[in-house]
Every structure is written in C-alpha cells, then in structure tokens.
Design a protein around this ligand. Structure first.
Ligand code: COA
Ligand code: ZN
Length: 311
C-alpha cells in the first residue's frame, strides 16, 4: 500500500438524517455509529445543536452524544449555529463545534434566519465559549460552489468568509456543495483561491451527488491536493432548507474510489455495505449508494447464479 492517506468524515447521522421524513430512534443512531466505528471511521458529524423546531430529526443530539462510547481516537463534531447551540454542545462534551455560514446571502437566511454578517459576528462568541472548554472549532461554508437561489458564487466570496473564520482562530474549514452545483473547474478554482489566500487552512470538501458528479468532484479535489472529504453512509442526505437538495456522496462509493486509486482511508469497504443497507431500512426508502447494491468490482458470482439466455 503506502498510498496517500485520506481522511473521511462520516456525516450521515447529521446531514444524512436531517432531511428524512422518518425520525430515526436514538438507539438506532447509536447502533449505526458503533458499526461505523467498527468499519474504521474515526471522524464524525454526529448531530446538530440547532433549533429542534427547525430540525426535529436531530432534537436528540444530547442523547446521541451521551449514548456513544467515547474513545481517544474518535472525533465527534456537531453543528452549532449560535451561543445556545454552543452551550448545549459544551454540556454534551463534543470534541468539535462546527460553526457554519452560507457563502450566499439567501441560503444563509433560509438556513439560519439571519444575514451572513450576523452569522460571522456570532462565530466570535461561539469560538470564545469553545476555547474556554478546550473544544476545537471547525468552520463550514455552505453553498460554497453555487447557490440554488443566486447561482454562481465567486471564489473571492468563499475566500473572504474563510478569512473571517481564520481570523478567529479556526484552522479547519469544510467547503460544502449544498445542492450539488460543483463541477471540476469550479472545485479547482475555489480550492486554488483558498490555498493561495490561506495556505494555513486545512480544507475539507463536502459534495452532494445531486447531478451525478460528486465523485468526479472528489477526483478534482484530490488533484488540487485536498485529502479530506465528507460523505454519508448509503448516500443519505440533503439540506432541508435548500430546494432540490439530495444525498451526499456515499461513504462506501467514496471508499471504493479511494481504494481503487491507491489512497488509504483505514475504512473496511466490506464492513460498510451492510451498514448502508441497515440505514436504508431505518429511513424506510431506497438509498442512492451504488456499492451497497453492486458490491466491489471483483465480487464475483458463480456462473449458475443467473438465468442463461437460451433461445
Ligand atoms: N438549540 C436549541 N434551541 C434553539 C437554538 C439552539 N441552538 N437556537 C435557538 N433556539 C430556540 C430559541 O430558544 C427559541 O425558542 P423559544 O421560541 O422556545 O424561546 C427559538 O429557537 C427561536 O430562537 P431564535 O434565536 O429566534 O432563532 P430563529 O428562529 O431565528 O432560528 C436558528 C435560528 C439558527 C436557531 C435556526 O434557524 C436553526 O436552528 N437553523 C439550523 C439549520 C440547519 O441545521 N441547517 C442544516 C445544516 S446546513
Ligand atoms: Zn451537506
């Protein structure tokens, strides 16, 4: 082996479940989490400390955190939109708070009911609260590759927001493609602009497969030197506050691509497939992940497993 190490953050329990009509019971979320850890995942967005009225699917964030067996090699991150969320995240002993803002004004308003400037002002207080409890703050920029209300988002806009995050001490930033508007040239442009302006920032890419090129965008990200990606078991996911949003790239499909291109993730693809199928049962509808249906390319079948086309 000896390939480049790629860090995969599993966001299925957060981004994945936040838009599902069926609310998954806390005990099932914890069981899926445990299975994902057994499959080799180490970094998670486990839930959001947002308004339970806005996102009832994640109202049990504190219970999920309390029910998970903590290990020093795991990182448990949760979305935090404001000071109230920070208080709840501190009480639940999260490892990381993810403060988030959209790169486009209209999505920020639908998502967190305030202008971008107010979100950015709020980050300072959240960061102070986190620092007082030795909790890392991670930044996330939604609609970083395009906005369903405003269209193209200028890379300079993303650079400016990342700069504001860097100024309050944030060192890791996720660029989110909330409604799957990224294309390889856009990925190259945004990643290049961030690298030039803020080489100290560790960039993570978060793609949705809305238009079928999520993994193509991962390849563009890898070519741009990015080694951190977010994905969701079974390809679950979508922002409830963006029209036409669909699932994240699937973790199994991502791991398959990374395995086949000589990257190391520490994740056992074979162990992921039953977890994706379990998630499908929990949400009660088919999931878009492809490996969970087809298996890896060298999973061979006995010749008598199919009907023979004899005339
Ligand atoms: N956790 C729990 N409750 C919260 C909260 C938090 N982090 N923030 C606010 N609330 C409660 C308030 O206490 C208040 O409750 P009350 O009416 O019972 O007193 C109510 O929510 C409204 O508070 P307000 O500050 O006016 O919030 P808002 O209505 O402007 O909504 C957000 C702002 C940020 C709380 C809300 O838009 C939200 O949770 N967005 C999250 C969106 C999301 O998760 N998107 C997907 C990820 S990209
Ligand atoms: Zn997302």
């Amino acid at each position: 082996m000896g390939g480049t190490v790629v860090e995969v953050t599993e966001v299925g329990l957060r981004d994945g479940l936040q838009a599902e009509p069926r609310i998954v019971p806390t005990a099932d979320k914890i069981a899926v989490f445990d299975a994902l850890v057994a499959a080799g995942l180490r970094r998670f967005e486990v839930s959001s400390f947002v308004s339970p009225r806005a996102v009832p699917q994640l109202a049990d964030a504190a219970d999920v955190l309390a029910g998970i067996a903590r290990r020093p090699d795991l990182t448990l991150a949760c979305l935090v939109p404001n000071e109230k969320g920070a208080e709840r995240a501190i009480a639940a002993k999260v490892d990381e708070m993810v403060t988030f803002v959209s790169a486009s004004e209209s999505h920020n308003r639908t998502n967190v009911n305030r202008p971008i400037a107010d979100s950015l002002r709020g980050f300072g207080e959240v960061a102070r609260m986190a620092a007082a409890h030795d909790i890392v703050v991670h930044g996330a920029v939604a609609t970083a590759f395009g906005c369903p209300f405003e269209g193209d988002v200028a890379p300079a806009r993303v650079v400016e927001i990342v700069g504001r995050m860097a100024a309050i001490g944030i060192r890791g930033v996720t660029l989110g493609d909330t409604t799957g508007m990224a294309t390889p040239p856009i990925v190259r442009a945004v990643c290049g602009a961030i690298r030039d302006a803020h080489p100290e920032i560790a960039v993570t890419l978060h793609f949705h497969n809305t238009r079928g090129i999520g993994l193509v965008n991962v390849m563009a990200g890898l070519d741009a030197g990015i080694t951190r990606f977010e994905s969701s078991v079974g390809g679950l996911g979508g922002c409830p506050f963006a029209p036409g949003a669909t699932g994240n790239i699937s973790t199994e499909d991502l791991v398959y691509l990374l395995d086949e291109t000589g990257h190391e993730t520490g994740i056992d693809l074979a162990a992921m497939l039953p977890i994706a199928r379990r998630m499908e049962q929990l949400v009660g509808h088919p999931l878009p992940g492809q490996l969970m249906k087809a298996g890896p390319r060298l999973a061979l079948y006995p010749l008598d497993a199919v009907r023979r086309a004899v005339g």
